[in-house]
Design a protein around this ligand. Structure first.
Ligand SMILES: [Zn+2]
Length: 181
């Protein structure tokens, strides 16, 4: 069972510390919260948005289905215990911390972002493409770990070990992954 508090901070910190995809380390007090809206999106798998004026204190908001432990809820999109989908979406979202850092403040980040959306449409926004590269890197890493250490390695690690041991183990896996690249 994955503990609720692991979802709040530990996963982002872990992501930034180990599976490095940002230009600099933004270890600080970034947090994950559940969205109070987005009912229509939840049953289709949901989504996330990352906002803030400081890349060390940003908020990643995910739709509520990410916090639902019963996998059958939200039309089989209850992801509360699904370590893979959490890391997959965080892989994308943490890259936006770089974009917050580049833009300097929340307002210009949002304006730039929505301006770009309107001009180019979602898939062609450069920031989105960059974020997806980071997500793809996590997927390569995940596949590597599943192949070498077994399909349920991530799940077992998070449900059986303490935070410190989780970080040490992922660090080992990550170094191993980097060496074969
Ligand atoms: Zn994005």
């Amino acid at each position: 069972m994955i503990k609720a508090e692991q979802r709040q901070i530990v996963w982002i910190e872990l992501y930034l510390a180990v599976v490095k995809c940002c230009e600099v380390d933004y270890l600080g007090s970034n947090r994950v919260v559940a969205s109070t809206s987005g009912e229509a999106e939840q049953v289709k798998g949901g989504g996330a948005v990352t906002l803030g004026d400081d890349p060390r204190h940003a908020t990643i908001t995910l739709t509520k289905n990410y916090f639902e432990d019963d996998a059958s809820k939200y039309d089989n999109n209850g992801y509360g215990q699904n370590i893979y989908v959490w890391f997959d979406i965080l892989g994308h979202e943490v890259k936006h911390l770089d974009h917050i850092a580049e833009s300097g403040n929340k307002l210009s980040y949002v304006v730039k972002f929505f301006g770009a959306y309107m001009k180019m449409g979602h898939d062609n926004v450069p920031e989105e493409k960059e974020a997806d590269l980071c997500r793809n890197r996590f997927n390569d890493f995940y596949n590597h770990v599943s192949k070498i250490y077994g399909v349920d390695s991530f799940k077992k690690l998070f449900s059986e070990k303490a935070d410190k041991e989780i970080i040490q183990t992922i660090d080992l896996w990550w170094n191993d992954f980097k060496n074969i690249k």
